[in-house]
Design a protein around this ligand. Structure first.
Ligand SMILES: Cc1cc2nc3c(=O)[nH]c(=O)nc-3n(C[C@H](O)[C@H](O)[C@H](O)COP(=O)(O)O)c2cc1C
Length: 326
């Protein structure tokens, strides 16, 4: 079975291949996205969610999250619930060079939902509508949304989901990514791909991007076959296997231990280049270590990685693991 490699468009932006690296808070920063791009197979990358309230205050951390270089097409994602602030921030994203700006209507974390943002917007369709409409009016670049299936099963069953689809079409968004779990589900159970299929069948005037539980190439084929979605967005699957996008496009690609160790080292060098040393060390231990899961000697390596705090020693540890694969 092969992946139907059909590019699609968000506004005038061509997404080719139709595979998207999902936004992951504190993970898909600039070094991670650069690493994923270098591995290949990705048609669109998205920033981590950036708080519009932090951005209007010019908080340094939020401004740094906007950074990108040579990454096209690239979407910036905002999380917020104040329509005017979101519109201001959408303009900031446009000025900073984003190809599109996305509104987060999925984050289940209570520190985000208690302010009415993320998936909490799914509880207030009129506010969600104002947020989207002011953003669409403020910028020339496409505005997209990433949503969950609803706040809880009750809302999903009450047709709330369909009401949102209708509202998005009227508000003028140009792309919709659907992670079909409710907020109440968090990350439990299965993503209900039927809801992605329903959105496709409803004939929305924008492309539908399916998301949720794609961890292998077969899942991506199945998602397209079963739902008809135009794009596939992958989060956690690409964390454990950054080569997943390429494997979807090249089913014969064999990912060796050496390839995985090389990408760990490459990622660490990018972290050191783009972040402060302390942050780079934290991220290689937290994220880079996942790339070595399942490699002979990997568990011992990860233990040693955690004990090191000098970048050169860490590089030597990675090189030693690489040597051991010969
Ligand atoms: C650690 C983590 C951080 C996430 N951060 C974001 C985020 O910043 N914005 C967002 O829209 N979704 C975020 N998500 C949700 C993912 O983008 C995605 O919708 C979800 O993980 C389901 O896709 P998957 O099964 O391919 O991982 C996050 C998920 C995880 C696990």
């Amino acid at each position: 079975m092969t992946f139907p490699h059909s590019p699609f468009q968000i506004g005038s932006i061509i997404i080719d291949p139709p595979l998207i690296m999902a936004p992951l808070h504190e993970i898909t920063d600039q070094p991670f996205r650069r690493m994923i791009r270098e591995v290949g197979g990705v048609g669109l990358t998205v920033s981590e969610m950036i708080s519009s309230e932090a951005l209007v205050r010019h908080a340094r951390k939020a401004e740094r999250m906007m950074a990108s270089e040579g990454e096209r097409p690239y979407a910036m994602q905002l999380a917020g619930s104040d329509p005017e602030h979101l519109a201001q921030c959408a303009v900031m994203c446009e000025s900073a060079g984003a190809d599109m700006v996305d509104l987060n209507m999925g984050c289940p974390a209570s520190n985000v939902t208690k302010g009415g943002s993320g998936s909490a917007l799914l509880r207030d369709i009129r506010l969600a509508e104002r947020c989207v409409k002011t953003m669409v009016k403020a910028v020339k670049i496409p505005v997209t949304v990433k949503m969950r299936a609803g706040w809880d099963a009750n809302q999903k069953e009450r047709e709330g989901y369909r009401d949102f689809l209708k509202m998005f079409a009227e508000a003028g968004i140009q792309g919709l990514a659907i992670h079909p779990r409710t907020r109440a589900q968090q990350y439990e159970g299965h993503a209900d791909w039927n809801l992605i299929a329903q959105a496709v069948e409803a004939g929305m005037p924008f492309p539908i991007i399916g998301n949720g539980d794609v961890v292998g190439a077969e899942d991506a084929y199945r998602m397209v076959r079963e739902t008809g979605c135009q794009g596939v967005m992958i989060g956690r699957g690409a964390l454990y296997n950054p080569f997943l996008f390429r494997q979807i496009l090249e089913p014969t690609l064999v990912v060796t231990a050496a390839m995985r160790i090389d990408i760990t080292l490459r990622y660490f060098r990018m972290l050191l280049e783009l972040l402060e040393e302390r942050e780079a060390l934290h991220k290689i231990k937290k994220i880079g270590a996942w790339f070595t899961k399942g490699i002979p000697g990997g568990a011992h390596f990860r233990q040693r990685l955690n004990e090191r705090n000098d970048p050169q020693e860490l590089i030597r540890e990675i090189e030693a693991l690489r040597e051991s694969t010969h």
